[in-house]
Design a protein around this ligand. Structure first.
Ligand code: FAD
Length: 515
């Protein structure tokens, strides 16, 4: 597709500009950081991962500053690039909010080539932004004792978070921007030189974060590490702190009216067999039934999918029996095309032969949504494939790509959410380069799932009761989280793999609510 032609695609949080859409950076209520690149330029392809990572790192800042890229190698964009005075690649320009159409942007020469350096550059640009500044950009300057004292009189928010830090630290401003889309909380930075406040609260560590509930009631924010990622995560998850414009997730949302299914209590840190069986039912009996005949790549996809299910689905004997029977039936089919109704007959014939049965109907447990349009099947698809990668790993499979390829093919041929399928296809392009061992397959699927989570956070499809986070959060797996020198958050790869292998292992799957 067109968006894939350059170095960026729809799965990145970078706005892909062209000659027609470039006007979006003018008269916008947010500032823009725009990269001008050429697809053929080696430095540009080397820099693209940094620009993508930066865009996802600052995705919460979008209302104040957005990230874009424009491919000057595309002939249709030539005149635009000439107009901006671009002569070398990659070039980065800053466009303040409300820039007029005649403005060619402020060139950022000698810009840093790493996420942290670029993120700081963005903050510097926002701090020196002339009026009118982006309306969504909160105050970034240090707060004084007087301001803090008058805060609750002048503001109607429930929480005030103070990040105490040294003058040259960026953590406070990063957290302020990370929270800009959230209501009911204000974040300010306080410098270590603000002696009054420092001694009043007894602050000894810089950085550290304190939370005021009332003008006189405050406490230190408990976090795994004193760093941006942990402060932002903890503050975004405070009770009554919600994304602007989203309904407050009230607990009684979960008590349905009588025509809806009753809410099933469940443990949010466990995997439920009922979700996995429901996913199988939905995929084999509903999703596939949209295809009256199946041939070619789709038939190959179906064969691979059923093959990994028969090998690795850690189900009840009856379900495994049904999968095995349909797997055998598929193997016997020598024609280049099958009909769905024959497939379905084979799947359900096992009821009579006593070989086993896949329960009919869906019963979501860990994948329940607070509303019928949320969660359910896609949640269970992710869960199913995480379980399969872990199971393949545990059973000593020697082909690291077996599950991921089956998933890629299934999603591409059958997954009903077509935009999801094309996003997943572009994320999975280089899977065979990245995945060389069964444990990296587990890691790979986890990391792609987190990329999707990052892209979907705050979207209307997000269930407010199940916000999209970078998973697992610190409280679920403290050891998974680490800090690099300089305070950047990092995932401890071995710990994450160990965590996933336990979390999705067959022994831990709960049988509650099975039909
Ligand atoms: P899900 O993201 O479905 O996750 C289910 C459960 O898995 C979570 O509750 C959590 O316990 C666990 N989990 C969360 N993150 C991870 C992780 N990184 N590793 C392991 N386990 C984790 N929706 C769109 O709107 N646009 C898309 O482009 C899109 N693409 C998709 C592609 C695929 C292949 C799939 C299967 C789904 C896609 N979806 C997409 C749907 C979306 O990802 C969610 O599945 C859906 O919004 C339901 O979200 P959820 O809150 O139930 O959590």
């Amino acid at each position: 597709s067109e968006a894939q032609a350059g170095l960026y695609s729809a799965v990145d949080q970078v706005l892909v500009l062209d000659a027609d859409s470039v006007s979006r950076i003018f008269n916008a209520s947010s500032a823009f950081m725009v990269e001008f690149y050429a697809t053929w330029c080696g430095h540009c392809s080397a820099f693209a991962p940094v620009w993508k990572n930066l865009a996802s790192d600052v995705s919460e800042w979008k209302p104040a500053v957005d990230m874009a890229a424009l491919d000057c190698a595309d002939e249709n964009n030539r005149r635009v690039c000439t107009g901006f005075g671009i002569t070398g690649y990659p070039s980065i320009k800053f466009f303040p909010a409300y820039s007029g159409e005649d403005f060619t942007g402020e060139s950022l020469r000698e810009f840093p080539r790493d996420v942290r350096g670029l993120r700081r550059l963005i903050i510097d640009k926002l701090e020196s932004h002339k009026e009118p500044s982006p309306p969504a950009c909160p105050p970034l300057e240090p707060a004084s004792a007087a301001e803090i004292d008058g805060f609750f009189e002048n503001n109607n928010v429930q929480h005030l978070a103070l990040v105490f830090e040294e003058n040259n630290s960026y953590v406070g401003r990063e957290v302020i921007l990370d929270l800009l889309q959230y209501e009911n909380i204000t974040v300010r930075r306080v410098l270590s030189s603000e002696k009054d406040l420092v001694s009043r609260l007894g602050v000894t560590d810089f950085p550290s974060c304190y939370l005021y509930y009332t003008p006189t009631n405050y406490s230190r924010l408990p976090v795994l590490s004193e760093a941006r990622a942990f402060y932002s995560y903890a503050l975004q998850r405070l009770p009554s702190v919600v994304r602007a414009g989203r309904p407050y997730p009230a607990i009684n949302d979960l008590q349905r009216n009588q025509t809806e299914e009753p809410w099933r209590e469940f443990n949010r840190t466990r995997v439920y067999m009922s979700d996995l069986e429901s996913a199988l039912h939905y995929s084999l009996r509903v999703e596939l039934s949209a295809h009256s005949t199946i041939s070619g790549d789709a038939l190959t996809a179906l064969r691979h999918y059923v093959s990994v299910l028969t090998k690795y689905f850690p189900g009840r004997p009856a379900v495994k029996g049904a999968l095995k029977a349909v797997g055998n039936w598929l193997q016997d089919q020598k024609e280049t095309q099958i009909s769905y109704s024959d497939f379905r007959t084979a799947l359900d014939s096992t009821v009579l032969s006593g070989e086993g049965v896949l329960p009919a109907g869906v019963r979501w447990v860990g994948c329940q949504g607070s509303r019928p349009q949320f969660r359910g099947y896609p949640c269970a698809v992710w869960t199913l494939f995480h379980v399969l990668t872990v199971e393949a790993n545990a059973s000593g499979s020697t082909d690291p790509l077996e599950i991921l390829q089956a998933m890629r093919e299934y999603v591409s041929s059958f997954f009903g959410c077509r935009p999801c399928a094309s996003h997943f296809a572009s994320m999975a392009q280089d899977v065979s380069d990245d995945v060389t061992t069964p444990s990296t397959a587990v890691w790979w699927l986890w990391s792609r799932h987190n990329r999707v989570n990052s892209r979907l956070a705050g979207e209307p499809s997000e269930d407010p009761h199940f916000p999209k986070i970078q998973w697992p959060p610190p409280e679920l797996c403290p050891k998974c989280h680490g800090l690099m020198l300089g305070g950047e958050h990092t995932w401890n790869k071995d710990e994450v793999i160990a965590f996933l292998r336990n979390y999705f292992s067959s022994e831990r799957i709960l049988p509650d609510y099975l039909q």
